[in-house]
Design a protein around this ligand. Structure first.
Ligand SMILES: C[S@@+](CC[C@H](N)C(=O)[O-])C[C@H]1O[C@@H](n2cnc3c(N)ncnc32)[C@H](O)[C@@H]1O
Length: 172
C-alpha cells in the first residue's frame, strides 16, 4: 500500500455520507478510488447516480464495475474513465490521489470528495485544527488553479483528527 501517512480506522461514516449526499446528482458518473467493501456505494451511490466504478487495493466485489486495483495506477493509465464525481477516501492523506486526478485529464467540471488524516502528524508539528483546515483549502485551491479550474461550494467537516471535505471545480 502507498505511504500516505496511514491511520487505519474508518471513522466519520455519518459525515462522509452527509458530504456525498450534498454533492451527488442523478447525472453524475462516480469514480470511487478507495471503495473498500462498498459502504459508500450502499449508503450513497446505489441507484442515485448515472454510473459507478469502484477501485480498491483490498476491496470486495460488491457490485458490477468494482476492481481490485491501485487507483493511482488506474487513473495514470486510464484517466478518469468518463467520470466527473471523484471519491478519494484513503487511509491517511488525500494528496497523492488528488494530484493524480488533477493531472489526469481536463474536464469542464468535477466534483471531488476527500478524506484526510494528515492532522495526526500535523498536530505533532504544532498545527491547530483551524490552521490545518485552512491549509487543506489552500492546497486544493492551488492545485485546481494550476490546472485552470476555479473552486466552488467547498465544505469541510471535522471529527476528532480526521477532515472530510468536498468541492466543485470548474473551468474558468
Ligand atoms: C478508510 S477505508 C475507506 C473505504 C470506503 N470508502 C468506506 O467508506 O468504507 C480506505 C480504503 O482505501 C483503500 N486504498 C488505500 N490506498 C489505495 C490505493 N492506492 N488504491 C486503491 N485503494 C486504496 C484501502 O484498501 C481501504 O479499503
Amino acid at each position: 500500500m502507498r505511504d500516505t501517512g496511514i491511520t487505519m480506522n474508518n471513522s466519520g461514516i455519518e459525515k462522509k455520507i452527509e458530504l456525498r449526499k450534498h454533492f451527488l446528482g442523478k447525472k453524475d458518473n462516480v469514480l470511487d478510488m478507495c471503495c473498500g467493501d462498498g459502504v459508500m456505494y450502499r449508503e450513497c451511490y446505489k441507484g442515485k447516480c448515472a454510473s459507478y466504478m469502484g477501485l480498491d487495493l483490498l476491496g470486495g466485489r460488491f457490485a458490477q464495475n468494482v476492481l481490485k486495483y491501485d487507483s493511482i495506477d488506474f487513473v495514470n493509465k486510464n484517466g478518469l474513465y468518463g467520470c466527473n464525481f471523484i471519491d478519494i477516501d484513503p487511509w491517511g492523506c488525500f494528496n497523492q490521489f488528488y494530484n493524480t486526478v488533477m493531472l489526469a485529464e481536463k474536464k469542464d467540471a468535477l466534483k471531488i470528495i476527500c478524506t484526510d488524516g494528515g492532522y495526526y502528524s500535523a498536530q505533532k508539528k504544532g498545527f491547530s485544527k483551524q490552521n490545518y483546515k485552512s491549509s487543506l483549502y489552500k492546497y486544493c485551491l492551488e492545485k485546481a488553479k494550476e490546472q485552470g479550474y476555479t473552486l466552488d461550494d467547498y465544505i469541510c467537516l471535522n471529527e476528532q483528527k480526521m477532515f472530510y471535505f468536498g468541492f466543485f471545480i470548474r473551468r474558468l
